[in-house]
Write a protein that binds this ligand. Structure first.
Ligand code: R5P
Length: 310
């Protein structure tokens, strides 16, 4: 059927893709995303997609296989004559290298934008980019949506009163400010330094935290060190309790153990990534499937996506 909505998924987060399909009342399209004996990725679309409005759901966190699967799926759909291909990238990986902050380094965010475009993506749907200006690296339309409604609903119901929203670094102040406004809380931020790429040192904490429940908000938790160091600093300043909230649970090796053994009482994340390293009672995972499903439906129906967030 021309212009039929088709949903496809790679192997990076099949659980989220199934949930999105459930929300839309669709089945996932038939595709084999496998490997040759030597490990090379092989994709075969097993149904007719001519004229289809195809959406490929795949976060691009490491390993790089995830990104490559997405590129190869897009190529297969393009060669099978899909009418329009949207890469649905719930977590856009390689985004932290978005400028030359030192000599002789790559700008991987731009490289990935180029790769997706060359592969044949006509549009991108993504969530909580590490830096919103990465949108400008694409010359194809991009819908950039936020997990905030899902996280805010949870904090509205569970966080109680006397709240302070804390941005654990300067880069997350904008996100923190939106959360503070919506929760009727005050805003603070942490001035952090990175002595090494995966280590964090808190220089200063700005904000009144004494006796407060501090909710730290960031886009990513990787090693957990930003959240752990910020949490320890605000408790030293007299905060009553610390919770962490983030969209993307990257959870590098050792992060879950470190977070579990830390002063943080609860870590609230979403399922943009299918991370198996999250087995801890302290970690609560919320689903963004409805938000992504609704955005897909609106893109397909040529309706406003931004009005999802007003
Ligand atoms: C940094 O700019 C990001 O917003 C996060 O704060 C950072 O990626 C978190 O990394 P980690 O959990 O390793 O401190």
């Amino acid at each position: 059927m021309p212009n039929e909505l088709g949903l496809f998924s790679g192997n990076a987060n099949a659980a989220l893709a199934s949930e999105i399909a459930g929300y839309l009342g669709l089945r996932l399209g038939e595709a084999v995303v496998g490997r040759f004996r030597d490990g090379e990725i092989s994709v075969s679309i097993s149904e007719n997609v001519r004229g289809m409005d195809a959406f490929v759901i795949q976060p691009t966190a490491p390993p790089a296989e995830n990104l490559l699967e997405l590129l190869i799926m897009i190529d297969a759909l393009k060669r099978a004559s899909a009418r329009r291909i949207t890469a649905v990238v719930p977590y856009f990986g390689y985004a932290r290298q978005d400028r030359k902050d030192r000599p002789r380094v790559a700008i991987t965010a731009k490289l990935v934008a180029n790769l997706l475009t060359v592969a044949g993506a006509d549009r991108i749907l993504t969530m909580d980019l590490h830096a919103p200006q990465i949108q400008g690296f694409f010359d194809i339309p991009m819908d950039h949506i936020y997990a905030a409604p899902v996280l805010l609903r949870y904090f509205d119901e569970h966080a109680g009163n006397d709240l302070v929203v804390m941005a654990p670094d300067i880069g997350s102040i904008k996100m923190g400010r939106a959360f503070a406004k919506r929760l009727g809380a005050s805003l603070g931020f942490v001035d952090k330094r990175r002595p090494r790429p995966d280590a964090t040192e808190v220089m200063n904490v700005v904000g009144e935290v004494e006796g407060k429940h501090v909710i730290m908000i960031d886009d990513i938790i990787s090693t957990g060190s930003s959240m752990i160091e910020a949490g320890s600093a605000v408790l030293r300043m007299g905060a009553a309790k610390v919770t962490a909230g983030a969209t993307h649970a990257l959870f590098a090796e050792g992060a879950v153990e470190a977070l579990t053994n830390s002063v943080i009482q609860e870590i609230v994340v979403t399922n943009t990534l299918n991370n198996e390293r999250r087995g801890s009672d302290k970690i609560r995972t919320l689903s963004v499937a409805e938000l992504l499903g609704e955005a897909i439906d609106r893109i397909h129906g040529e309706k406003s996506v931004s009005s999802l967030f007003v």
